[in-house]
Design a protein around this ligand. Structure first.
Ligand code: NDP
Length: 262
């Protein structure tokens, strides 16, 4: 697989699951001068041991940034730190991966509260919205310093919003009976709209934006029944990200490159 990613890359929710695997693959597969910034709520907590081990293994290449996506000040603070660290190079790739699903599966309507809706929306939509908005100047810096002319790419300047096929209104009848997940599905549908809006907003500055479904993956969120390992999902996601160009901005894609229905 040819990996074209590099420069400064920021992954949110990176201490476990798909985020941790993304950091692992990116640290292995990007050039030596690439820097992977790993967003994590509790960098010193027990839940971040695997990420700390990875950071030690790839000394100097991975940098952990404290980041709580539901907290406005935490996002602002992470952006300030990132800005100092990347300097003139700016940010090449933001992967909005952190998310929650409440109430637990299958999440029927009767078990779902207004509070669940607000909590999920805060982390899955308002967080990525604020973080991306605050990072636009850094993404613009990276885009402007590229020698790629008019062409967009994830190496140049891009935002990848980790979405889900569960947000597809067209495909809802296939999975609704298995999991209702009102807050989660609604939040990811909103994230898809956010991706579409940002794709139009940032086209002029040559920052590419996509919504990317990682597949059904064996993680705390995906559960044991999921058919895909984090390894295979992330390998597919990185292959897709490496192949994206101007024609793809605004798309909703699967981990295997399939174009998904909204
Ligand atoms: P996990 O539940 O395994 O991991 C979620 C990650 O997000 C953790 O690192 C968690 O940190 C972090 N996180 C949660 N809330 C916050 C917050 N408020 N602030 C900062 N970080 C937070 O999920 P997955 O790895 O399975 O999912 C990753 C992405 O893939 C998500 O966007 C999810 O919606 C999407 N996805 C997953 C699928 C699957 O089958 N697994 C299917 C489709 C989409 P902490 O340890 O601190 O809680």
């Amino acid at each position: 697989m040819s990996v074209t990613l590099g420069g400064n890359i920021f992954v949110t929710g990176s201490n476990r699951g798909i985020g941790l695997e993304l950091v692992k693959h990116l640290a292995q597969k990007t050039p030596a001068d690439a820097r992977i910034y790993a967003g994590c709520r509790e960098p010193d907590g027990a839940n971040a041991q695997a990420l700390r081990d990875l950071t030690t293994k790839h000394a100097g290449k991975i940098c952990i940034l404290k980041l709580e996506m539901s907290d406005e000040e935490s996002i602002a603070s992470a952006v300030r730190t990132l800005s100092e660290k990347v300097g003139a190079g700016g940010l090449n790739l933001l992967i909005n991966n952190a998310a929650i699903a409440k109430p637990p599966l299958p999440g029927p309507l009767k078990d779902t509260s207004r509070r669940d809706m607000m909590d999920v929306y805060e982390t899955n939509v308002a967080g990525p919205f604020q973080l991306t908005k605050m990072l636009i100047p850094l993404l613009q810096k990276a885009a402007a310093s590229s020698d790629q002319g008019e062409e967009m790419s994830c190496r140049r300047s891009a935002v990848v919003n980790v979405s889900t096929l569960g947000a597809s209104i067209q495909r809802l009848p296939e999975s609704y009976h298995l999991a209702q997940l009102y807050p989660y599905r609604s939040s990811k549908a909103a994230l898809n709209m956010l991706s579409s809006c940002l794709a139009l907003e940032l086209k002029g500055q040559k920052t590419l934006v996509v919504a990317l479904h990682p597949g059904w993956v064996q993680t705390d969120m995906g559960g044991d029944m999921a058919p895909l390992s984090t390894h295979d999902s992330v390998q597919g996601m990185i292959k897709v990200m490496s192949s994206l160009g101007s024609k793809d901005t605004g798309a909703f894609l699967g981990w295997n490159g399939e174009v998904l229905p909204w």
